[in-house]
Write a protein that binds this ligand. Structure first.
Ligand SMILES: [Zn+2]
Length: 729
């Protein structure tokens, strides 16, 4: 089945920008045992009513969304950074000889207020933003980068960490503690701790500029997506849209003061969902061109120069840190390790994927010709004729499935049901906890023995104030050190149905819901001591693995029958339709794999440049890079083009977009394992949870896979799944 290449905004990726302690919100009481005098002080006068001043008193330190106002953030950030600095200074200047506890664990405990405010702020700017938060975000980005540098480039502090690191084999540390020490040492070195003072100064300036540019890129991307929405005057042009979609488009127009017109909003990917249904070819073309033009058609929010500045600075920073390029720097910390390994995988799979896409294109052209279309297949025709072909081949299309995929059913009787069968957990809706938007639901998650495990926030709908894509985040991370329970959120972008109508999902959206919940399980089942290793704090090219595995339950017959019920009459989805979904699994895989690989290759090309190789023209470079990589097949453009590729320029996936395919090797292997062992059962779920989901980053990720699977991964199941077997010859 084609994979959902969705963004998970890793808490680790975020925390790297804010707090090296990377810690979950934690009880103040736990911190009182440290040598701190400042952190046990009462908050400053101006912070007396600031909800970030102390840990939330709500269950599991769930954020008090009803009390948080725009004006609380700036003072909380200022005080959070001040406290954190004071804590770090005390650790660095401690006269006592360094010990694991007074140095590494002390750092792990530090920065709690900053962590509290930055966790909520980052998520609010992603899900519920406003002009005040956007301005603050631009102001804070360089300050937070400087704050991080002040810690990692602190000479005294690094001396203590180094001393411990060199003596690590004689410290009698347990395995997780030893790993934490090694992790901190690596974090320091990678952040530039070994550089000469003059170079440290240069590095700080680069980091501050990069933080500002990434924020600018993201804000431009959101504004361009909103501004790029297509306005349609006549209903007749919208043939192919369902009544519900028409009403939504009319309401979206009304919301913009365009009564009587229709608005089609842009999703974050190159391909737009309505391209699959709009019969009007000119309108499909308009929609597609609006999508690909984002960030590159001039005006205030053009991202072309921003990108060139970002890649130049990243390349220069990598050089300063002793790496040939930014990708080499980034990949060193991933399970892939080297650009050679990533280039090899993408390079081997690309020709087979493009070949498959060309075969698919030929079939689509045949269909166009048979209908006397009289035109050559273009990118904006692909989805439209693919849907027709799907209908012809498998006699079903997405619109037949939607009545069976009502949102609440999908979530509670599908996603939750599968997790209950596998792990014995159960869910209880909590209406007493405050939410930041009325459409959001909160659940308490109970473990198999009935004890309370976590809180889960489901934020499923698209809004103009929310960035595109789907992702998971942790508001509170599990940790034994602080005794914290997880508070985990999933975010999707399902279009709001017209008033009074049910929310009916596409199959892609169903799969995304399962995918994101796979990340949620990774966060909720975490059972580690240190926050640094909690849940999804694992390499990027490993983190997509558990979430991808969880997608398998979306089509598992026992699960499907439990949730896929017609919203009007409750009738279970007919077996014939279920069989068709299964049979169509490899359909359109050439397209899906090619658009993904093209984006991954773009990411690598941009980030494998040396400073001397930075081009002057972003779009020309993009075209040339796709051509050189052999993926410049016009009907299948990259899933994201450079100027709206937020994963790599705005988020934490730079040089890391390949991670989804890399993780999929482990995913495909694990799906095989579940099938070989009887599928959906407590025994299988518990084993996966125990060996993998609970471990977070506390052990080597590939070792946890080996412990789970009983051997090293093989690539064959992935090649079969994506129809890429020929790529290996
Ligand atoms: Zn994901």
């Amino acid at each position: 089945m084609n994979k959902h290449l969705m963004l998970i905004m890793l808490s680790s990726a975020l925390a790297i920008q804010s707090s090296p302690a990377n810690s979950a919100t934690a009880e103040t009481a736990a911190n009182a045992s440290t040598t701190s005098t400042t952190s046990s002080k009462k908050p400053l006068g101006t912070l007396a009513n600031n909800p970030f001043a102390t840990a939330s008193s709500l269950m599991y330190e769930y954020p008090p969304f009803d009390k948080i106002r725009n004006e609380h953030y700036a003072p909380a950030f200022a005080e959070g950074m001040r406290q954190h600095n004071a804590e770090i200074t005390r650790i660095a200047n401690n006269r006592a000889a360094p010990t694991f506890d007074n140095t590494v664990v002390a750092m792990e405990r530090a920065g709690q207020m900053l962590n509290r405010v930055s966790t909520v702020f980052t998520n609010q700017t992603s899900t519920n933003t406003n002009p005040v938060l956007e301005t603050l975000s631009r102001e804070l980005a360089p300050k937070l980068a400087a704050h991080q540098d002040q810690i990692f480039l602190n000479t005294q502090l690094f001396k203590r960490v180094s001393k411990l690191y060199e003596a690590r084999s004689s410290l009698n540390l347990d395995a997780e503690s030893l790993r934490l020490l090694e992790r901190y040492y690596t974090d320091f070195v990678r952040a530039g701790a070994k550089l000469a003072e003059a170079d440290k100064t240069k590095l700080k300036a680069m980091n501050a500029q990069l933080a500002t540019l990434a924020t600018q890129f993201s804000q431009n991307a959101l504004k361009e997506s909103n501004a790029g929405a297509i306005i349609v005057d006549n209903k007749a042009d919208l043939q192919g849209l369902s009544d519900g979609e028409l009403s939504s488009a009319a309401e979206a127009a009304k919301a913009r003061g365009l009564n009587g017109k229709y608005v089609i909003p842009l999703m974050n990917t190159t391909g737009q969902p309505f391209e699959a249904v709009l019969a009007n070819r000119a309108l499909r073309q308009r929609l597609h061109e609006a999508s690909v033009a984002r960030g590159s058609h001039g005006g205030e929010f053009d991202n072309r120069d921003v990108i060139l500045k970002i890649v130049r600075l990243r390349a220069e920073r990598a050089t300063l840190l002793g790496y040939p390029n930014h990708a080499a720097y980034g990949l060193e910390d991933e399970t892939a390790k080297t650009t050679t390994a990533v280039n090899k995988m993408l390079g081997e799979l690309a020709p087979a994927a493009v070949n498959n896409a060309r075969l698919e294109a030929a079939e689509l052209q045949k269909l166009i010709d048979a209908q006397q279309g009289g035109f050559k297949l273009e990118a904006w025709d692909w989805a439209y004729y693919t849907e027709q072909l799907r209908k012809a081949k498998y006699s079903f299309d997405d619109s037949q499935l939607r009545p069976y995929f009502e949102l609440n059913n999908v979530l509670e009787n599908g996603v939750f049901y599968a997790a209950s069968k596998l792990y014995g957990i159960s869910f209880r809706e909590r209406k007493d906890l405050p939410v930041y938007h009325p459409s959001i639901k909160v659940y308490e998650v109970l473990d198999a023995d009935g004890s309370s495990l976590a809180l889960f926030i489901a934020d499923m709908y698209a809004r103009d104030t929310k960035r595109g894509g789907a992702w998971m985040n942790a508001y509170t991370e599990q940790s034994g050190l602080f005794g914290t329970h997880p508070v985990i959120a999933n975010h999707l972008n399902i279009p709001q149905p017209p008033a009074g109508q049910p929310t009916l999902l596409t199959f892609d959206e169903v799969r995304t819901a399962f995918h994101e919940f796979g990340h949620a399980l990774h966060g909720m089942f975490s059972k580690v001591k240190y926050p640094r290793f909690s849940g999804t704090n694992v390499p990027r090219d490993f983190v997509e693995y558990p979430s991808q595995v969880n997608e398998m339950w979306a089509t598992w017959p026992e699960v499907l029958k439990n949730y896929a019920k017609h919203y009007q009459n409750g009738e279970v989805i007919p077996q014939s339709l279920v069989d068709k979904i299964g049979a169509a699994n490899q359909f359109n895989q050439g397209f899906t794999t090619t658009e993904y690989i093209a984006a991954s290759l773009l990411d690598q090309r941009w980030h494998q440049l040396t400073p001397a190789q930075i081009p002057n023209d972003a779009l020309a470079f993009e075209a040339q890079a796709l051509k050189q990589a052999g993926v410049d097949f016009a009907p299948v453009p990259p899933r994201y083009r450079t100027t709206y590729f937020s994963h790599i320029f705005g988020g934490g996936y730079s040089a890391g977009y390949y991670a989804y395919l890399w993780s999929e090797v482990l995913d495909a292997e694990s799906v095989e394992w579940f099938k070989e062992n009887g599928g959906l059962s407590r025994k299988n779920g518990d084993w996966f949870r125990q060996q993998l989901l609970s471990k977070g980053g506390s052990i080597d990720p590939l070792l946890s896979f080996r412990n789970f699977r009983g051997r090293d991964p093989k690539i064959e199941p992935l090649l079969i799944r994506r129809g890429l077997q020929s790529g290996q010859k």
